[in-house]
Write a protein that binds this ligand. Sequence first.
Ligand code: PLP
Length: 470
Amino acid sequence: MQAGEDGRGRDNSHGRRLCLPPNRHNTVCRMPRTVRARTASMPQSVQPKARTTIMTHACTTPSAHLADVRYEIRGTLARRARELEAAGHPVLHLNIGNPGRFGFRAPDHLVQAVDAHLPQSEAYCQEQGIEEARAAIAAQQAARGVALADIDRVFIGNGVSELIDIALRALLDPGDEVLLPSPDYPLWSAATILNSGRPRYYRCLAENGHLPDVEEMEALIGPRTRAIVLINPNNPTGAVYPRALLEQVVALAARHGLMLLCDEIYDQITYDQARFQPLAPLAGEVPTLSFSGLSKVHRACGYRVGWMSLSGPQRDIAAYRDALQLLAALRLCANVTAQWAIKPALEGPDTIGALVAPGGRLYEARRAVVDGVAGAQTLSLVSPSGALYAFPQVRDELFPDFDDSAFALRLLEEAGILLVPGSSFNVEHSRHLRLTLLPEPAVLGGVVAKMDAVLMRMIERVPPQSAALA
Ligand SMILES: Cc1ncc(COP(=O)(O)O)c(C=O)c1O
């Protein structure tokens, strides 16, 4: 169907005029619509790259809300990778932290718990989640030293992803601001924007070990600021925040009356001397939402199970808790079947410790990347202290005008390796690429060597070679 001159739909096959109402923006959409990329508050470097052209017709015009939303981890480069594969060129997908794709299995005791409870999974459950799972989460919070931990303050969702959206939807009014890390896990930016909020980015620079500067955070706080988001251990940088830093952030939130939202989905994935410190036990009177789930530590991301627990004085959190409950009820409940894995995951044997200890698969994968970068001529890296990623950067002096997206495309075309450019994580002038640590260590060593080789060819001005053309 095409829109006619007057904006009404015309069905070409019958030459009939259909009486469609004008679209909600009152425009005729015969021409491609160029969608504005980011708000003024987004880093400059990502603005031009995010411009999207959508061919659309009146009744299917996407919401204007989406104009500023993107998720490049599964974006343009991933689509190009699929094209290459369809044309017979193998691609190594290092763009997603999906343990099941790299031979990791969910622990047996989780699989058995789900299997055994299948007959009890057919009905909707209480909107916040099944009671035995919420009790296990509340018990974990209490054991960590969180005051007033209780099943009424726990919400189970279809992954942390769903809960991030619910948490921000319950909090934000149009124009409210949220302090987000740059780089961030981009769902946090997307969910802020989709819920009419404005991201304000505090930088986590490589020069500072990818840790935030609390003074810089404070300078971003204004009358519309509602919350500070922390991702610890961090995706994409691998930073693990020391206790003293977390205490400063709590003090900042207390001074300015802000809520804390802490994404702790990688909470038990730390390396060497790094120790994970949960935020909630330090937060005391500051209302805090802590997020975690089964996707990473328990390698069960396909189960789509995450949870968030609310802490803080009852008088301060009661209305927000009720708002969360309302939103949880509107989507009825999370997938019940997989919730049976939560209690065994939290109370059963530790299955991640051996993987992140010396000799373990993740530890050695990280070591392969760290050693590979140490031997590379073009790259540097802040060694990841936690999570499932490395975030190397190209050397300033060798690439003054580096374009991370162009390089990622070239690496894909020439070497069949799919990484995520740093600008996808809302970083200004990114010189970084993110790769997941999930493949076998030897594979990762080879990846870093190929990155270095392609970068060297760029220095030598060898023109790009496309696998698709080879
Ligand atoms: C920091 C962070 N938060 C949330 C998520 C989403 O997790 P889930 O699978 O529970 O939706 C991810 C996934 O990679 C993540 O890295």
